[in-house]
Structure formats: structure tokens, C-alpha cells
Design a protein. Structure first.
Length: 435
């Protein structure tokens, strides 16, 4: 037990010695050490319990606490003042200490009676001041430096945001100027590959309102979405001259088409609508009068194809329909075939890569058997195989209007090839079989 105590005392002495031999207090402790003939660390250790008891129960303990609290900082401050070299780090630490010390004095003055009623307060304060002058001030300085860096970073972020806003505004104005220039030259307006914020959309909407005789608008490969479509539709609300709209790859949904159809209605001469690579389900398209409808890769789905088929039954203007890269499948092919059975205007139909198989090819062929308008049919990239090719060609062999058929990459084999060759020889129709 005694060995453990001696070891602990030795550890404390080793930690105290560097501090007790520092330049600032060496001149005070050295005469005492020589007079008493006792190590200064042992003198300090012996005084610890006396100081603790005195700081709790002794008179004038507040004065002693404050005096000890300023003794070393005053010495350190005087040393810095006398030194010809500048130590900014130490100066900052001492300044922080004096700020904390003076703040505590001010608070104690206001609550003098309350602090004196807490007997342990002056001991706690003394311990805190000793810790703070040795470690706390340095930590506080680092904390303040971190806070300053954070504020600087925030300021830089704000500057970047402001610059970005200014750049967006300049870009929007530039785009508006380009739109106006293109419009004045050709009655067209085009924006490609641009990301717009809401304020940019407002500027674009206001610009569209100025284009009275706009015939073609192309907004391609940009984040338009349903919200952006509202701004665009508002800009086109009074337009009666549009004949072509292209909104490919603009993140549109069914709501966008509904908004567009609602605003334009039958007020325009719109003949071409390109909505490729969007997420539209088909409803809303039936409200527009068109000759060319390109809605490839819009994830139209079964419900959407039914909506479209219903619209096509009464449509007497459409000549080109592009539905490539949609999941139409066999049932959807049947819906389309039924809708186009008696159609007298559709000239070109693209159903490439629509996941149609043999049954879908059979249904489509049966419905188009007597169609009197279709001249071009594209079914490339579907898995109709030999069976589907044979069903389709048997149904179409008496159709004298069709002259261009694309069956490339439809997974047919030898039987399919024979059926195609026989069909071409009999009808004179051109069939593309792939490379």
C-alpha cells in the first residue's frame, strides 16, 4: 500500500516539476526551496490540503482565490511585454484568460451573497482558473479558430451561392435572348440540355408569352417535370400557331400531358408532338389533334396503351405513330391493332422493341389485314420468332398498301426466313431482316 502511495506521489511530482521550474515562478519558489531545504514539489503537495480546507472554510477565501488566479497570468503577461519577440499564440491565450477572469469577477459582483453562501465555490473557481490558464485558454483559442474557419467557410458558401444565382440569372437571360433571336429568324424556340430553377422557369414562361407567332418549340434533355410544364403551359396559353412540340427526355409525367392538353385544347394547329424518353402513361394525349406522335420510351404501360387506342379510334388526322421502346406486349398490340383496323390516315407505325411476342404479332396482323392506309410497319427488336413471323405475314399477304416492313432482330429462324422470302415474292413488299 505504501509503495503505491509513493508511486502516485512520484507521478504527481513529475507532472508538477516542469511547471514549478518554469521561468515565470522559479524566481519565487527557489528562495523558499533553499531556505526550507525541501523540494518545491513536496512543498506544494504539502500545501494542497491546507489550501483546500482554507478555500472552503477560511476567511477572505475569495481574495486568496482571485489573487492566485491573477498571479501567474500577470507574470506571463509581463514576460510577453518585456520580450522583444512577438508570440501571437500566447498573447491570444492570455487575452482569452483575462476575458474569462473578468467575466467571472463581474458575475460574482452581481451575485455576491449567493456565491459566498456556496462554500465550495471559491475552491472550484481556483481549480478552474489554474486549469484554464494551463489548458483551457489554449483549447478555447483552438475553438475560436475553428469557429472563425466555419464562419469563413459559410461566407464562401454564401458567395458561391450568390455567384451561382447570378450565373443562373445571366444564363436564363442569355437563353431568353437566344430564344428571341431564333424566333425572329424562324418562328422557332429551342432549349437543349439546361437545368432550370423555378425562377428560371418563370423567366422562360414570360419569354414564351412574347412569342405571338411561335410555330415550333423544342425543350430537350432538361429537368422540366410536371412543375416546369405548368410554367411552359402558362407561357403557351394564348398561342394559336404551334404546329410542332418536342419535349424529349424532360422528365414529364401523365400530369404534364394533361396540363398541356388542357391549355392548348383545340386552339392550335398542332400536328407533331414528340414526347420520347418520358414517364407518360398515355392519358391526355387523346385531347390533342396531331398528324405525328412520337412517344417512344415513355413507359406507357398497359393502361396507357388502352387510353391511346381509344383516342386513335376517333382520330382522323394522325399519319405517324412512334411507340418504340415501350412495354406494349401482346395485349397492347391487340388494342392498337383493333384501334387501327379501320383507320384511314395512319401511314407509319413504329413498334420496335416493345416486348411483343408471337401472339401479339398474330393479333396485330389480323387487325391490320384490311387496313387501307398503313405503308410502313416496324417490329424490329421484338421476340416474335418463327411462329409470330408466319402469323403476321399470313395475315398481311393480301394487304396491298403495306410496302415497308421491318422485322430485324425478331429472333426468327429458318422457317421465318422462308416465310419472309415467300411474302416478299408474293406481295413485292420490302422486308428488312437485319444484318
Amino acid at each position: 500500500m505504501a509503495a503505491v502511495i509513493r508511486e502516485n506521489i512520484g507521478n504527481v511530482k513529475n507532472k508538477l516539476d516542469p511547471y514549478l521550474h518554469s521561468e515565470q515562478i522559479d524566481s519565487y519558489l527557489k528562495p523558499v526551496e533553499e531556505k526550507i531545504r525541501l523540494e518545491r514539489s513536496l512543498i506544494v503537495l504539502g500545501l494542497f490540503p491546507i489550501v483546500i480546507i482554507y478555500m472552503i472554510f477560511g476567511g477572505c477565501n475569495d481574495f486568496v482565490c482571485n489573487f492566485i488566479g491573477i498571479l501567474y497570468p500577470i507574470c506571463a503577461s509581463l514576460s510577453i511585454v518585456k520580450s522583444p519577440e512577438t508570440n501571437y499564440a500566447k498573447e491570444k491565450e492570455l487575452l482569452i484568460y483575462w476575458i474569462v477572469y473578468s467575466s467571472l469577477i463581474s458575475i460574482e459582483y452581481i451575485g455576491y451573497n449567493q456565491f459566498h453562501a456556496l462554500r465550495i465555490y471559491w475552491l472550484v473557481k481556483l481549480i478552474f482558473l489554474i486549469w484554464f490558464i494551463n489548458y483551457g485558454a489554449a483549447k478555447a483559442k483552438k475553438l475560436l479558430e475553428i469557429v472563425a474557419l466555419v464562419r469563413l467557410y459559410q461566407k464562401e458558401l454564401e458567395q458561391e451561392e450568390n455567384e451561382e444565382k447570378d450565373n443562373k440569372l445571366k444564363r436564363a437571360k442569355r437563353i431568353e435572348e437566344e430564344m428571341m433571336a431564333e424566333y425572329e429568324e424562324s418562328s422557332k424556340a429551342s432549349i437543349v440540355g439546361v437545368t432550370f430553377a423555378d425562377e428560371d422557369m418563370i423567366l422562360m414562361s414570360n419569354a414564351l408569352k412574347k412569342l405571338d407567332d411561335l410555330a415550333t418549340i423544342k425543350l430537350v434533355s432538361m429537368s422540366l417535370g410536371d412543375v416546369g410544364m405548368q410554367y411552359v403551359a402558362e407561357g403557351l396559353r394564348n398561342n394559336t400557331t404551334l404546329v410542332e412540340i418536342s419535349f424529349s427526355n424532360t422528365e414529364l409525367g401523365s400530369e404534364s400531358v394533361r396540363i398541356l392538353a388542357q391549355v392548348l385544347g383545340n386552339k392550335t394547329a398542332l400536328t407533331t408532338l414528340v414526347l420520347r424518353e418520358n414517364n407518360i402513361e398515355g392519358d391526355g394525349i387523346q385531347h390533342l389533334t396531331l398528324t405525328t406522335l412520337e412517344i417512344g420510351n415513355i413507359d406507357i404501360g398497359e393502361e396507357g396503351i388502352r387510353h391511346l387506342a381509344d383516342a386513335l379510334k376517333t382520330n382522323n388526322t394522325i399519319t405517324t405513330l412512334d411507340l418504340g421502346l415501350n412495354k406494349i406486349k401482346d395485349e397492347g398490340a391487340g388494342y392498337l391493332g383493333a384501334a387501327l383496323r379501320d383507320n384511314k390516315t395512319l401511314d407509319k407505325l413504329d413498334l420496335g422493341s416493345c416486348e411483343i411476342e408471337a401472339e401479339g404479332a398474330r393479333l396485330l396482323g389480323n387487325e391490320l389485314r384490311n387496313n387501307k392506309s398503313l405503308t410502313s410497319l416496324k417490329l424490329s427488336g421484338n421476340s416474335i420468332k418463327d411462329e409470330g413471323v408466319q402469323h403476321l405475314l399470313n395475315a398481311l399477304e393480301n394487304n396491298i398498301i403495306l410496302n415497308d416492313l421491318d422485322l430485324a432482330w425478331t429472333e426468327f429462324g429458318e422457317d421465318g426466313t422462308k416465310a419472309i422470302d415467300a411474302y416478299m415474292e408474293k406481295t413485292g413488299c420490302s422486308v428488312f431482316k437485319g444484318f
